[in-house]
Design a protein around this ligand. Structure first.
Ligand code: 6CS
Length: 354
């Protein structure tokens, strides 16, 4: 955590250096021979080393390097080295990064259709259904033009586990949220959801959450279990509330021009590796969830775990329902198409499971 804050101010300098390097290394250049230095592809993640995104990016790196006989060198940049999630997206758009992770929780500010992944109680209780739905090509085709319009190419949609509230008091009903300042990611739909529950949501970058909790500037935050462990949020909160209201979804993106200028075999290789990694992040997240929850409880046995019952969840579900309309109002026809595509994908995957 402290490391992340300490390095944050270097992010701008490093980002500028990367821009200069990008011009020199001509990352889309396909003329690289074995005698020449490898071509560098930069991949920035929004999480720390050892996270779900890091494990995914490292596996991508391993496969790409192996299959190009190290003619491509994939460099993975962990959160904090190049700035906030918004900074990473900007660097990706500018072409100083070739790949980056971007959560709809942040990117939904500039691409509102992505906020579909932030709607509460939309996903299925069966994760296999959710995984099949987010990999559905029809959903990707509906979303891709919105990203392309911003210079971004959609590679994959990642499921990183269910979001868990960590708070300084028990939560069983929306009324328990009264007066609670909860940190959310920065997309407006998230703030609206917690306002609907009666909380006082505050948007801030990931790297600032620990200190904000420690200094009592906020009382709660929401993230998957692995993140609660690796960002030490459990140290500065006393309760973990499992409401299964929404999963943490991220998108893996590439710079559009970079992809367009690549030799077709390189582009195919990327698509092949990305498709092999479908479901990889979810598997990693599931493993981490059990392992890291055990670590949290070992280090802090007094941590109180609360799993909401179905009737308790129903009260939150009812308050979340109008958010759907709000999403549609904010996004119009294009948002409706994306929501319908996701719902259709979920229905198709539910049917396939039956
Ligand atoms: O809460 C956040 O901002 C971040 N949480 C995770 C688990 N990944 C990246 C995201 O930016």
């Amino acid at each position: 955590m402290i490391e992340i804050r300490r390095h944050a101010f270097l992010a701008g300098i490093l980002a500028r250096l990367l821009c200069a390097c990008a011009l020199l290394t001509a990352c889309g250049d396909e003329t690289a021979s074995r005698e020449r230095a490898p071509v560098i592809w930069r991949f920035a993640i929004e999480e720390a080393a050892g996270s779900v995104q890091d494990t995914y990016a490292r596996e991508f790196e391993r496969r790409i390097e192996q299959r190009t006989n190290d003619e491509i060198d994939v460099k993975v940049y962990a959160y904090g080295t190049l700035g906030t999630s918004d900074d990473l997206t900007e660097q990706l758009r500018m072409g100083s990064l070739q790949f980056a992770m971007a959560s709809p929780g942040h990117l939904g500010k500039s691409i509102p259709e992505l906020q579909v992944f932030l709607l509460h109680f939309l996903f299925d209780d069966d994760d296999a259904v959710n995984l099949a739905a987010i990999a559905d090509p029809q959903l990707h085709e509906t979303l891709a033009p919105h990203l392309r319009a911003k210079g971004l190419e959609l590679m994959s949609i990642l499921f990183e586990g269910w979001m868990v509230w960590t708070t300084n008091r028990p939560i069983h009903a929306p009324s328990d949220f009264e007066g609670i300042k909860i940190r959310t990611m920065t997309s407006p739909l998230l703030l609206a959801a917690y306002e609907a529950y009666g909380a006082s949501p505050q948007a801030m970058p990931y790297g600032e959450v620990y200190s904000a909790l420690q200094l009592n500037m906020i009382d709660a935050q929401v993230n998957p279990v692995f993140a609660i462990e690796e960002m030490s949020f459990y140290e500065v909160t006393s309760h973990m509330i499992f409401a299964r209201h929404s999963p943490f979804i991220a998108t893996s993106l590439a710079n559009r021009e970079f992809m367009a200028n690549l030799a077709p075999e390189r582009r195919d290789l990327i698509r092949e590796v990305v498709s092999e990694l479908d479901g990889f992040a979810a598997k990693v997240a599931t493993g981490f969830e059990q392992e890291r929850l055990a670590q949290i409880l070992e280090r802090k046995p007094e941590m109180t775990l609360i799993e909401l019952s179905e009737s308790e969840r129903a009260a939150f579900r009812a308050l979340a329902e109008p958010l759907r309309e709000r999403f549609l109002q904010a996004t119009g026809q294009s948002g409706r198409a994306v929501l319908e595509a996701l719902e259709a994908s979920l229905v198709r995957s539910q049917r396939d499971r039956e």
